[in-house]
Design a protein around this ligand. Sequence first.
Ligand SMILES: Nc1ncnc2c1ncn2[C@@H]1O[C@H](COP(=O)(O)OP(=O)(O)OP(=O)(O)O)[C@@H](O)[C@H]1O
Ligand SMILES: [Mg+2]
Length: 504
Amino acid sequence: MKLELQGITKRFGALVANDHIDLVVEPGEIHCLLGENGAGKSTLMNVLYGLYQADEGSILLDDEVQHFSGPGDAMAAGIGMVHQHFMLIPVFTVAENVMLGHEQTKAGGLLDLAAARAKVREISGRFGFDVDPDALVGDLPVGVQQRVEIIKALSRDAQVLVFDEPTAVLTPQETDELMAIMRQLKQSGTAIVFITHKLREVREVADRITVVRLGKVVGEASPTASNPELAAMMVGRSVSLTVEKTPAKPGDAALVVRDLSVIDAQNQYVVSHVDFEVRAGEILAIAGVQGNGQTELTEALLGLQARTEGSITLDGVEIAGATPRRILDAGVGFVPEDRGEDGLVGEFTIAENLMLDRSNGAPFVRGGAVQRGALDAFAEEKVREFDIRAQGITTPVGRLSGGNQQKVVLARELSRELRLFVAAQPTRGVDVGSIEFIHKRIVATRDAGVPIIVVSTELDEVVALADRIAVMYRGGIVGIVPADTPRDVLGLMMAGENPTGAAA
Ligand SMILES: Nc1ncnc2c1ncn2[C@@H]1O[C@H](COP(=O)(O)OP(=O)(O)OP(=O)(O)O)[C@@H](O)[C@H]1O
Ligand SMILES: [Mg+2]
């Protein structure tokens, strides 16, 4: 089915999120939407999916004008959307999730589970998905959950499929598998819209590329364009895609972790007897395939894991077992992996979110009262400095685009007096221009003498930032190696081997 958007305009108050956008996606085409954080990509797709009503313009499918008053209408017309934050219910099985929302009911109003199961098997078989219809969704790895989302869309005969940043949460292998699935869907005639900030992915699968900036289409790019060309077109200036940094001048070991383990609710060691040190003025990057204990390790450092063993000292003071509050107050900055869950309060304004962990004292709170003037001035400055695209500092953070939410977390955490900075996936969902800025800020923080831990599943990011690299596998540290370690060696270490013989 051919999709055509004509002159789509969507306003939020005075803000024009989409400004007369034209877009054509042919059947059997993978069309990439590229653009800065806040450019209006998700908004446009939400209009297409019936979540928002356009103020102007039309949606055409096979040249027929459509009117969607909600996602139900869009789905019925053959549009499917795979959201970045999955809409699945974890305690339901795959088949139950696929069935949800379908009006497919048996006489008597009972939902037809058998039909849903058969459908899951049929689509799984067609695309080689290997998804068990009776598995509980909550037990599945993220990449497989995403396939369930795709099955759900295909079970409604979606002929136009939208993927809004589907790879942000995937491992490199899962990403490759998703690319293969998109190619297969394309072969079967599906029209695909693919949104991503990773230029490598764009160049790998795109048939056509449309670039949007500030709500407007600025042009089409060729799939053979180089990364710097694509980046420049997106942000309207040239972008440095490598981090310029001088060699670290590390001081004393500031963070010392000894024999640290984390035990989960099932009594499993999810972090198992790890030892490492981070010196002042040094970036230790933790690499690894997602799910090998990195999340639990960073949470243990912040006092967010219930059961830990071992010792964590910061500047000689034991912090293992301390409350998160005390650890934050000791000067530990933290960027959590899931900003929505742990880093921000969506209903609070940008300004309020910027003072979240400093609400117990000066300069923003005095005698129990928020110092509006001080807070507003600070917020204005941070919005400028971190290029947070929003209507103003009183905009609720939940209304910001994904990448701009991430910038709010970074702005807050990097603006404190720091004795340790722990960042998990610091640039997840952030556009190339802002990645450049954030990387520079992290390096500047290092050069100011702060010990830094960066956890990233992006090898590019690890290699760009690290002074040393610790590779995690199944809860343990396989080895700690220099930043210039070849990527194939890092790859082997991520699979649990240690060809360098580096000590953990
Ligand atoms: N419900 C809403 N209310 C008010 N403003 C909104 C709403 N949804 C989006 N916006 C604004 O519209 C603009 C476009 O946001 P959108 O989420 O479409 O950006 P995006 O291109 O998807 O960015 P990202 O790459 O960060 O995901 C932003 O300025 C955003 O703050
Ligand atoms: Mg978006």
